[in-house]
Design a binder for this molecule. Structure first.
Ligand SMILES: CC(C)(COP(=O)(O)OP(=O)(O)OC[C@H]1O[C@@H](n2cnc3c(N)ncnc32)[C@H](O)[C@@H]1OP(=O)(O)O)[C@@H](O)C(=O)NCCC(=O)NCCS
Length: 430
C-alpha cells in the first residue's frame, strides 16, 4: 500500500455491479517519482482525465477548470470507484449480443482537428451515448485559457486521450456485432463508476471538518446504492480520518439525497461553518454531525463505550448553554427596562404638549378679547365723531326746514334716535 493510493476491498452493489474503492491524493501522486499505477496498465494521467470528465459531466455548474483544480489541489483526496476490467468487458459483450439486430448508436468519427473546447471533449467521455443517445451533454462550450502548468498539460493530453476513447468506442461497436470485443477496447473511461473529492480542514474554532467538495456517480449507475456507499465511506472515520463535522456544498438537485444521509441545512448550525463558504453556484451548505463512536468501532469485539469524552462534551455543552441563557436573560431584561424608560419619556412629552396647547388656547382667547375691545373703542370714537357731525348738520337742517317745509314732531324724533352703525355684536354703543 502506498501513501498516495489507498485501496479498499471490492464492494457489491445492486444490479451485479462490483467496484473497488481507491483513495488517491493526485497532487502527491504526480509529485512522486515512480508513482504506483492507480489502475493496472492505465496511465495515471488518464485516470485523472477520466475522473475530471466524470465530475465535470455530472456537475456542469462547476466548470472543467475548477473541477481539475479541485481534484489536483494539494490537500484534496479523491475517492474513485472502479470496476474490474473483466467485468466491464463481459458486460459489454453481453450488452452487444442482446442488442444484435437492433440499431447501434452512431460512433463519433476519428478526427485530427484540435479540440474546439475542453468542455466538449470532457462531455464526450461520459455522454453514455452507447446506451442512451439522448443523454449527451447540451452545454455551450466555453473557451478556456490557462497559465497553470498542470492544467495546460491536462488539456494538451486531452485530445489524444479523447481520440483513444473514440477509437475504443468504435471498436466496441464494430467488433461487438460478433460478440468479440477485444480487451483493449475497454479503457479507463469504462471502468470508473464514481468519484468524490474531500479535504480535512481545521477551522479557526479548532474543530476538524471534513469538506466534501465534489461527488458524482456515472449516470448509467444511478440509484444502485453507489452514492450511499461513498457517503458511508466518508462517515466511517477510520477510512478518512477523525473529524467533528462533515460539510458539503450541495447541488440543489441533490439536497434530497444528502437529507437521506442525515445532512442538515439548518442555517443557524451551518453558520458555524461559514468560513468554508464557497462561491459554488446553485448550492447550499449542509452538514452532518457524526456520533461519538463510529460503526466500525462498535463492530470491534473489544470495543467498550467510553463515557469520559461524552461527559466532557456534555459538560461543555451545558456550560455553553448556560452562558447563552444568561446572556439572553440579561439582554431581554435590559431591553424591557429600556422600553419602560422610553414609555415614561413619551408620557412626559405628551403632558408637556397638552400644557402648551391649553396655554396657546388661552393666549388666543386673550388676543380675541383685546381685538374686540379695540374694535369697540374705534367704533365708539367713530360714533362720537359722527354724532357731533350729525348735530351740526341737524341744526342746519332744522333751520332750513323751519324756513321751507315743516314736518311732524314725531318724525324728527325718530330720525334723531336711529343708530348710525350696526356692529357684529349688535352693540350700537357702550
Ligand atoms: C447524487 C448522486 C451522487 C446520488 O448517487 P446514487 O448512486 O444515485 O445514490 P444512491 O443510489 O445511493 O441513492 C440513495 C438514495 O438517495 C436517493 N437519491 C439519489 N439521488 C437523489 C437526488 N438527486 N435527490 C433525491 N434523492 C436522491 C435515491 O432514491 C435513494 O433512495 P432509496 O434508497 O429510498 O431508493 C448522483 O445522483 C449524482 O452523481 N448526481 C449528480 C452530481 C451531484 O448532484 N452530486 C452531489 C452534489 S456535490
Amino acid at each position: 500500500m502506498d501513501g498516495c493510493v489507498v485501496r479498499h476491498h471490492s464492494v457489491h452493489f445492486m444490479g451485479d455491479l462490483t467496484a473497488q474503492p481507491i483513495i488517491i491524493n493526485f497532487h502527491q501522486l504526480f509529485q512522486t517519482r515512480d508513482a504506483p499505477a492507480i489502475l493496472p496498465t492505465i496511465r495515471n494521467e488518464d485516470v485523472l482525465r477520466a475522473v475530471v470528465a466524470l465530475l465535470d459531466t455530472s456537475l456542469p455548474d462547476v466548470g472543467p477548470r475548477d473541477v481539475h483544480e479541485t481534484v489536483h489541489y494539494p490537500g484534496i483526496r479523491t475517492i474513485i470507484l472502479s470496476r474490474d476490467h473483466a467485468d466491464v468487458l463481459e458486460d459489454y459483450r453481453g450488452r452487444t449480443s442482446r442488442n444484435k439486430g437492433t440499431d447501434v448508436s452512431p460512433v463519433p468519427c476519428k478526427t485530427t482537428d484540435r479540440p474546439n473546447s475542453t468542455l466538449k471533449l470532457l462531455a464526450e467521455l461520459y455522454s453514455d451515448s452507447e446506451e442512451d443517445p439522448e443523454e449527451t451533454s447540451e452545454e455551450t462550450p466555453e473557451v478556456e485559457t490557462s497559465n497553470s502548468w498542470s492544467w495546460e498539460r491536462f488539456c494538451e493530453g486531452l485530445q489524444e486521450f479523447v481520440e483513444e476513447v473514440r477509437d475504443r468506442k468504435e471498436r466496441r461497436a464494430v467488433q461487438g456485432e460478433d460478440g468479440k470485443i477485444p480487451p483493449s477496447a475497454v479503457g479507463v473511461e469504462s471502468l470508473i463508476v464514481a468519484a468524490a473529492c474531500y479535504e480535512v480542514k481545521l477551522l479557526s474554532t479548532g474543530e476538524t471538518v471534513l469538506q466534501l467538495s465534489l461527488l458524482a456517480v456515472r449516470k448509467r449507475h444511478w440509484r444502485l446504492g453507489i452514492g450511499s456507499y461513498i457517503m458511508e465511506l466518508l462517515k466511517t472515520q477510520p477510512a478518512v480520518g477523525q473529524y467533528d463535522a462533515l460539510v458539503a456544498h450541495v447541488d440543489t438537485d441533490a439536497i434530497g439525497f444528502f437529507k437521506q444521509h442525515e445532512f442538515t441545512d439548518n442555517l443557524l448550525l451551518n453558520d458555524k461553518f461559514k468560513e468554508l463558504k464557497d462561491d459554488w453556484t446553485n448550492s447550499i451548505l449542509m452538514s452532518y454531525l457524526p456520533p461519538f463512536t463510529t460503526d466500525l468501532e462498535m463492530r470491534n469485539p473489544v470495543f467498550s463505550l467510553s463515557l469520559r469524552e461524552l461527559e466532557m462534551d456534555m459538560d461543555m455543552a451545558r456550560s455553553q448553554a448556560l452562558n447563552a441563557y444568561q446572556q439572553q436573560v440579561m439582554c431581554v431584561t435590559r431591553l424591557l427596562k429600556e422600553v419602560k424608560t422610553l414609555r415614561e419619556q413619551i408620557g412626559l412629552q405628551r403632558e408637556e404638549v397638552d400644557r402648551l396647547n391649553s396655554k396657546l388656547e388661552l393666549e388666543k382667547q386673550k388676543r380675541h378679547d383685546v381685538e374686540n375691545r379695540f374694535l369697540m373703542y374705534r367704533l365708539k370714537n367713530a360714533q362720537k365723531l359722527l354724532g357731533s357731525n350729525d348735530s351740526d348738520s341737524d341744526d342746519q337742517e332744522q333751520t332750513d326746514q323751519e324756513h321751507s317745509k315743516p314736518g311732524t314732531e314725531e318724525q324728527e324724533k325718530a330720525q334723531s334716535e336711529e343708530p348710525l352703525i350696526q356692529t357684529p355684536e349688535g352693540a350700537g354703543g357702550c
